[in-house]
Design a protein around this ligand. Sequence first.
Ligand SMILES: Cc1cc2nc3c(=O)[nH]c(=O)nc-3n(C[C@H](O)[C@H](O)[C@H](O)COP(=O)(O)OP(=O)(O)OC[C@H]3O[C@@H](n4cnc5c(N)ncnc54)[C@H](O)[C@@H]3O)c2cc1C
Length: 393
Amino acid sequence: MRTQVGIIGAGPAGLFLSHLLKAQGIESVILEARSRPYVEGRVRAGVLEPGTIETLGRLGLDARMRREGLVDEGLDMRFRGRTIHLDLPGLTGKSVMIYGQQEVVKDLIAARVEAGDPLVFEAQVTRIEGIETDRPRIHYTEGGTDKVLECDFVAGCDGYHGAGRATMPQDILQVFEQVYDFAWLGVLARARPMPDMTYTNSDRGFALCSRRSMQVSRLYLQVPADTDPNSWSDDRFWDELHARMFDEGRTEIEEGEIFQRDLAKLRAFVAAPMQHGRLFLAGDAVHIVPPAGAKGLNMAVADVRVLSRALTEFYRTGSRAELEGYSTLCVERAWRVVRFSSTLTGLLHKFGHHTPMQRNLQLAELEYIAGSRNAQASIAEQYVMLNYLPDYP
Ligand SMILES: Cc1cc2nc3c(=O)[nH]c(=O)nc-3n(C[C@H](O)[C@H](O)[C@H](O)COP(=O)(O)OP(=O)(O)OC[C@H]3O[C@@H](n4cnc5c(N)ncnc54)[C@H](O)[C@@H]3O)c2cc1C
């Protein structure tokens, strides 16, 4: 098999890239290790920033999101029983959309399959060779048979454990990582959600109430990193959530059947450069952020918007200028996003090593934000706009 751009991974990065390239008449083949039901059923992110929303619109793939997604105009932070309300449109002129990552993935897969464009499931990439030549080759296994995809460029959109980053010459790759000793226990519950995304910093730890639909709540509790999600009974989960959200009367948060639970470990990770020869990496393959900023999916989409414009320039004019600048541009943005997500994590979570001094500084920061429109505007701007990139598709 031969194509122009060989894409490894059918997560948000790989799928968006394939559609962005197709819109410019550039061929690609996606190789995905997992099955279609597995990829479509993976519950992960749920907040779409304006840059991601507008890209879906330009691709003509936003119909279901517009119908079923929920516009989110507020971000609330609680502490000491009080609420700081960030009015996103009032502070930034923009809002975000609540629409599950698995729904975006389903829409993008359906459009690609319907158009008859190649997307091979259960195709495990084992090796990439020739990235320093004009004819890189992706080796993969499909149905027990070894196969090869020849291409002009390889896009490693294959997540943290993928083959893309492992192919980078290790002597040029710099890795920066911070692993937290706590995690998020996340559940989906059939219960009417709170109207705004609501974070809380309580003496008992962090919690978050967000939405997936008008009938489904997505709820999180900070827990130790080695927690078994099934060790928490439903009653224990609800008791702890009410307590951390200062909902002592249990009147505010509606309870319902918990039908899905998972544990997300928290880490900040950046690998750079994001390219070498004809190999370009995007998304979780090269950066992971703690989830407080709701940024992982949006960062992945922003990367491939930059990459698709650079590849378009190459195929139209032969110029490599944008391709050569890809990593520099994306890594710089990645650091800004990591900084925001890490700051929000530091502001809202309970840290085992915190002294009373540090705890009071954390609360003083929240008091400052509560009283300063400028501080609120800064948080809102970063929450909504860090991956906006108005000059990209
Ligand atoms: C449990 C969890 C919860 C999360 N919650 C949030 C959240 O609330 N908000 C937020 O913004 N972000 C969240 N994230 C992060 C967000 O989901 C990711 O940032 C996003 O999925 C990145 O997209 P991606 O396309 O780069 O990688 P992925 O979605 O990981 O896709 C990579 C794809 O590559 C495939 N692949 C890997 N190796 C190979 C191989 N060798 N051959 C072929 N295919 C391969 C994988 O199967 C996968 O489908 C969460 C992540 C996790 C794990």
